[in-house]
Write a protein of this length. Sequence first.
Length: 394
Amino acid sequence: MNPTGLAFLSWKALRHRPLRSVLLVGTIALTIYFPRALQVFISESEEVLQERARSTPLLVGPKGSSIDLTLNSLYFTPQQLPPLTHAAYQKLTRQNFGTTIPIHARFRTGDAPIIGTSLAYFDLRGLKVAVGRGITRLGDCVIGARLAALRNLKPGDTITSSPENIFDLAGVYPLRMRITGVLAPNQTPDDHAVFIDLKTAWIIEGLAHGHQELSERQVAAPSQNTAGKIIQANASVMEFNEVTDANIASFHFHGDSGDFPLSSTIIVPSDDKQRALALAFYQGEQASEQIVVPLHAVSDLAQTLFATKRLALIAFRLLGLAALGLAAMVFLLSFRLRARELRTYAKVGATKLTIGCLKAAEVSIIVISAMILAHLAISLTRSLAADILSRLLT
């Protein structure tokens, strides 16, 4: 019994039926891959979620789901959460619990989130401008590396916010923003985001606008009340949808700034005492906001993922058994169809043991090929898990 000869004959038999061989390899590889890939993806996902949560000590936001608040603030997932008022943010800042970082994560440009925040956010996340410069005035933005690569954007280009409802012309203000810089990649949701100043976010919100100067001859209505020093503008007044050096002075806000909305506030306490004070400050029944420890919220989410994983693994294993049963049936039917060929081997001197080894060699080649393919796919999944999770969450 020559092992080399057996391997050669088995390889030739498999090459003679390439479609069947490829289907068997693919079926067995998927059977091995799916349960293992699920375990890898969930473990990598938990690590990614916890890593970003650990870098975010505390979150303050409107009362509601702590997981929704955490995902919206850390991964910018769209959530139907009530707003946190700017007055509440200012009140929190006056408590001196540490560094407070506002987050306004309501708007998007296409599928990319637009984040209104302060410069302290860049320090917290370790974000550096790789190309261009930072935000210098109203209407400026810096964008993540992945977004810049996907849309082929660079400093000097513009990007426009998306309206939430195309039929609500009086609502969200589509604003064309000037890109001043591109951030260095850091393999987080920040790579796919647009970062702007809070006031720019409030312009998109419709709380501020700029328009050409009112003059009696050009844009004043004929029925203007000159006696009362009131000029009533007509429909020819043009509102600006882009902040430029020429019109920036015309942009002004309406209403009480304390009522202006935010999504949440990140607190970075200066020490354990300030952290404890911040947690205690929002524990009273009279508190209109909630404080969340993102790491705890992520842990709760991970427990849900693990429960889902157990159910999915059971389903995958049952499907795997069914797939392996079908593969075994294919092998048995194949050997039965090749009965004449195998009898020929016996006539030329092959023993039953040799013929059995020949069959085992064919099965081994298929199974080993499937295992190698599944291992490569699992390695690829492990390397891409963080990026896939980031895209799914955003």
